[in-house]
Design a protein around this ligand. Structure first.
Ligand code: ADP
Ligand code: ZN
Ligand code: MG
Length: 524
């Protein structure tokens, strides 16, 4: 198979996502009073309604309707005041009613959108991005300084309910293949679920990943779900097709299941794009089918050829009255909208003079955003001056540490006060940035406050001009060839001199001063 970059030269990928989120922060299920609890003993949270017993009548969960309206408002959707529930009929043991209650052509939320900021390496998957100047627009993207913004349409967000959970016994890895029997846990049956469907506006696996990440940030900010891809409270199906560059008709799509991490979503789509290209280039055809991404084998395999929507005999649910949302209800929900990640980023950029890039990456996780804010609060009048170094520490060092260790920031010895102290020690040149990394690691290892660590390790940076001049003289005297090259106009050798001085001073020299003194002495 060819590489993704090569394939995307010849083919345009068209991607649309279907994203399910369980409303895990609610107390009870969608149409009954059963408790919502992940990990409870099997079948302990069930009743005649969620077990589909004859004659049991559903009652909609008002808090769930509030949650979906909140989700719609947070993703720029129109809220449909009049909508209703439908029955999607199918027979499978995970849903005892033999139908799933869902919505029809009109969902609570319609016609939304999200704008994705794609920057850094993620922007490289976009075809011929370099042909655009910053500010210039092509199709649904606008070029920025360090990437582009993609406008992604949201078709709808509808309300539905989750099915129960099947446990297959005796097969490999819990799969149905080879199993001797299966068990059903109906605790999950009837869990409020919202499904967001995007327009086929995404063009690269990175965009799909970023959309999913952004949506997760929003759902977490509005507090409607714990959005755990591992536990399955946030799930994503990826639809993807190819068409020749320049073609206007869509190709036949396949649908990928089991994309239970951001990496799987990206890698599964990337694989599928390459697979489809190979089939098409060999003169084959793509069948509209559902495929399963196997991350360990790194390939997708056919699950089933897609049934048409008609198979479900979707019809209006006779046990539930159509919904009429009032303006007051919608306004009341709107009033509950918290600051969303994009707004927070704009505020950070504005209040602390950060670049859009820094601000955006700070708000990626609520944890780091809150930490940054606490640092700024503690910094008082120095906040504008220290914002950039604190942002760097947060986005780079702290995020990398949390990622690598898989811990929560609150569970580490790093407090906003300590982070600030560390940044101050570097800002006033008590320690170098290299020493800063060492102190950062020591704080996380539980060695206490940065100032105390600097003291205990005798790490103070040498800013004594006399001492630095002596070292610089030595280094210049020992390297006449490099001095000659410098005088010939090769100013880059200054880096070599700085390195030599630093080595002699065991990393404790103030690099700024060393640079100054070197420039002076070399010019003599
Ligand atoms: P289906 O009827 O198969 O469920 P839908 O039209 O409901 O398909 O779309 C489901 C998802 O697939 C949406 O996210 C949509 O954007 C996406 N999609 C639709 N057509 C294509 C296509 N040709 N290529 C890629 N994605 C597509
Ligand atoms: Zn129940
Ligand atoms: Mg569909």
């Amino acid at each position: 198979m060819r590489k993704l970059e090569e394939v995307l030269e010849d083919w345009e990928a068209v991607i649309g996502l279907e994203i399910h989120a369980e409303l895990t922060t609610l107390e009870t299920k969608m149409f009954c009073g059963c408790k919502l609890e992940f990990g409870a003993a099997p079948n302990t949270h069930t009743c005649p309604v969620c077990l589909g017993l004859p004659g049991a009548l559903p009652v909609p969960n008002k808090a769930a309707i509030e949650s979906i309206v909140l989700a719609g408002l947070a993703t720029n959707c129109d809220i449909e005041k009049h909508s209703m529930f439908y029955r999607k009929n199918y027979m499978y043991p995970d849903m005892a009613k033999n139908f799933q209650t869902t919505q029809g052509p009109v969902a609570f939320c319609m016609r939304g959108h999200l704008d994705l900021d794609v920057d850094g390496p993620a922007a490289r998957e976009r075809y011929r991005l370099d042909a655009l100047e910053p500010g210039e627009t092509r199709d649904n993207i606008t070029r920025t300084e360090d990437g582009y913004v993609a406008h992604v349409g949201i078709t709808r967000i509808h309300m539905e309910e989750d099915a129960g959970k099947m446990v297959h016994i005796g097969g490999g890895e819990g799969r149905i293949a080879g199993a001797t029997h299966s068990l059903v846990d109906y605790n999950r049956a009837g869990t409020p679920l919202i499904e967001l469907v995007t327009e086929p506006d995404l063009r690269t696996p990175e965009e799909a990943r970023l959309f999913m990440q952004k949506l997760r940030q929003i759902y977490l900010a509005i507090g409607i779900s714990d959005c755990s891809m591992e536990e399955g409270s946030l799930r994503c199906d990826g639809n993807v097709s190819l068409r020749r560059r320049g073609a206007t008709e869509f190709g036949t799509k396949t649908e990928l299941k089991n994309m239970n991490s951001f990496k799987n979503l990206h890698d599964g789509l990337a694989y599928e794009i390459c697979r489809q290209a190979e089939v098409l280039e060999e003169g084959g055809v793509i069948y509209q089918e559902t495929r399963h991404w196997d991350p360990s084998a790194k390939r997708t395999i056919v699950m089933r050829v897609k049934e048409t929507a008609d198979d479900y005999r979707l019809f209006p649910e006779p046990d539930l009255a159509p919904y009429d949302l009032t303006d007051e209800f919608i306004d009341r929900v709107r009033a509950k909208l918290p600051e969303l990640p994009d707004q927070k980023a704009a505020r950070f950029a504005d209040a602390f003079g950060l670049s859009a890039y820094d601000a955006r990456h700070l708000v990626e996780h609520r944890e780091t955003a809150n930490f940054f804010e606490a640092c700024m609060e503690a910094a008082g009048v120095d906040a504008p001056k220290l914002a950039k170094p604190v942002a760097n520490l947060t986005i780079n060092d702290i995020a990398a540490y949390l990622n690598a260790e898989g811990v929560a920031l609150a569970d580490t010895p790093l407090t906003p006060a300590r982070a600030l102290e560390l940044v101050r020690l570097q800002a006033d040149e008590t320690i170098s940035s290299k020493q800063g990394k060492e102190v950062f690691a020591a704080v996380l290892a539980g060695e206490g406050d940065p100032a105390a660590i600097v003291e205990a390790r005798g790490m103070k940076q040498v800013s004594d001009t006399g001492a630095i001049e002596a070292v610089v003289d030595e280094v210049i005297a020992a390297n006449p060839d490099e001095v000659a090259r410098y005088k010939d106009g090769n100013t880059k050798v200054i880096g070599f001199f700085v390195g030599q001085c630093m080595k002699k001073m065991r990393g404790q020299g103030n690099p700024k001063l060393i640079n100054q003194v070197l420039a002076q002495k070399l010019a003599e």
